[in-house]
Design a protein around this ligand. Structure first.
Ligand code: BES
Ligand code: MN
Ligand code: MN
Length: 464
């Protein structure tokens, strides 16, 4: 059976790529209301593909925000059910001038890391390309009359803006969404010859801060020196959030951080990582981070604090001498088990206000958050992924905790009470969220080939 499925994939490879390009041409930017219609159109196109793939039910659920595409093929109540989750929305493509080809004009180009070609477009890797692998894998199984278990799809349009309406949808549709495992391809592997499975994600606490000094912009000569400059003050406040060891100074910030024992740390540092290559790729003179931890640890098992944007005052052409009234920044904190995003946001707010001098007023506006997750490796759900990747890559995948966040995963556990398997196929160097995002054709096809193995392995393991 699996041979027939793999043959089908080989014979239809070129069509799969052309179909993906069509999807990548629609600018489904969830953050910008101007793209509302494009989002709707993307949902329609995804639904159409699910119908054509042979799923029985494919429908669009409108929400208070962007729609959710749901589909299912139930072959027997006695068989296990795999729920595939992914997102069709994308990050804004800005800054546009740094793209070598249009963000919504997909083209295939060869790169050093992708000698067999990579498809360049916003969403190619995160996550339209990876969602499409699942649709094509299921199409291949259905066309070969070889789907070994039930399958459901839930593809949302708001992941990049916090998945708020998906949470409501899950709470209201527990029965409809009942499944044995949630399968997600929205993460990366270590390298094309080093397969890995993501076994953890960081949580997220995100705030916007506003510092107000004088009630209006002032002449920086007439008033400068006598009145607090909110940009100077904000910079000093932000700088004080980390000490000389790059340890975050917010009281209580580390209280709930899970400390890994030396054995676990040694194990995770065995994963292939070449710091020289890392530095060269990013064109940096040195790496940076919390004292006492390796780069692999800093980007997975340790929390962070980063300014994502900072603005205020005059940023136009030439020089304008102004002492601005206000300064702003967007600050993210990546969280690890067992930190809680609401608690961390509250600690941040209290601390940030407490360090502000009387010369300014401070506002802290919390944004969407998310909780960290760790997924088990001693389950049939994980083993199915391990065996699948072993079959198609010819190498055992390495379990690795990821640095990014997919906030809905923790809620799947809480609301649906189902564990997630994070079997992604991108590379960290694919420039997701950056200009020139791309997805290797090797990775795209490897994903389509691996997913049917997951289905077979899982159906088989659940029998025994
Ligand atoms: N797919 C990413 C998350 C990701 C990427 C996890 C690579 C692991 C490896 C997802 O689309 C994403 O970008 N999530 C956001 C969170 C969201 C609340 C905006 C993130 O991590 O910044
Ligand atoms: Mn994603
Ligand atoms: Mn993303």
């Amino acid at each position: 059976m699996i041979e027939q499925v793999q043959n089908y994939i080989q014979q239809n490879k070129d069509r799969f790529l052309e179909e993906l390009k069509e999807i990548l041409r629609i600018p489904s930017i969830s953050a910008d209301p101007a793209y509302k219609d494009d989002i709707q159109r993307t949902a329609q196109v995804i639904m159409g593909h699910l119908q054509k793939a042979g799923l029985d039910l494919a429908e669009i659920h409108q929400t208070a925000g962007h729609p959710i595409v749901y589909a299912e093929k139930i072959i027997s109540k006695d068989l296990p059910t795999i729920l595939v989750y992914g997102h069709y929305d994308v990050q804004p493509p800005d800054p546009l001038n740094l793209w070598e080809s249009g963000p919504f004009e997909p083209v295939v180009k060869n790169t050093e890391i992708h000698p067999q070609g990579a498809i360049f477009a916003r969403g190619s890797c995160d996550d339209k390309g990876q969602v499409f692998m699942h649709i094509k894998a299921v199409e291949a199984m259905l066309n070969s009359d070889a789907l070994p278990c039930n399958v459901k799809f839930m593809i949302e349009g708001e992941e990049e803006v916090g998945s708020n309406n998906l949470e409501t949808f899950c709470r209201e549709n527990k029965e409809k969404l009942s499944s044995d495992v949630i399968l997600v391809s929205d993460t990366s592997i270590i390298a094309n010859d080093v397969p890995s499975i993501t076994v953890g994600l960081r949580g997220l606490s995100y705030v916007e801060v506003e510092v107000t000094g004088p009630n209006r912009d002032l002449h920086s000569g007439v008033y400068g020196g006598g009145v607090a400059n909110p940009i100077n003050i904000l910079s000093t406040m932000i700088a004080s959030l980390m000490d000389e060891n790059n340890h975050i100074t917010i009281p209580g910030f580390y209280d709930d951080v899970e400390v890994l024992d030396q054995e676990d740390r040694t194990e995770m540092n065995k994963a292939p990582f070449d710091v020289e290559h890392y530095k060269k790729d990013l064109n940096i003179g040195d790496v940076h981070g919390e004292k006492g931890f390796t780069t692999l640890e800093r980007t997975s098992i340790r929390p962070t604090l980063d300014v994502n944007g900072i603005w205020g005052g005059y940023i136009g052409e030439g020089a304008k001498t102004v002492l601005p009234s206000q300064a702003f920044a967007k600050i993210s904190m990546r969280l690890v088990p067992n930190q809680n995003s609401d608690k961390i946001t509250q600690l941040f707010e209290e601390h940030f206000k407490s360090i502000a001098p009387d010369s300014v007023k401070v506002k802290v506006k919390p944004h969407h958050g998310g909780e960290p997750v760790v997924t088990p490796t001693n389950t049939p759900e994980y083993k199915a992924a391990h065996q699948a990747m072993l079959s198609t890559f010819g190498k055992a995948p390495i379990p690795q905790r990821g640095g990014g966040s997919i906030p809905i995963v923790a809620l799947f556990e809480e609301v649906l009470e189902v564990k997630t398997v994070l079997m992604g196929f991108g590379l960290d160097s694919d420039d997701i969220h950056s200009p020139n995002e791309h997805f290797g054709l090797f990775n795209f096809y490897k994903g389509i080939e691996t997913i049917p193995y997951y289905f077979y392995n899982y159906a088989e393991l659940k029998k025994g």
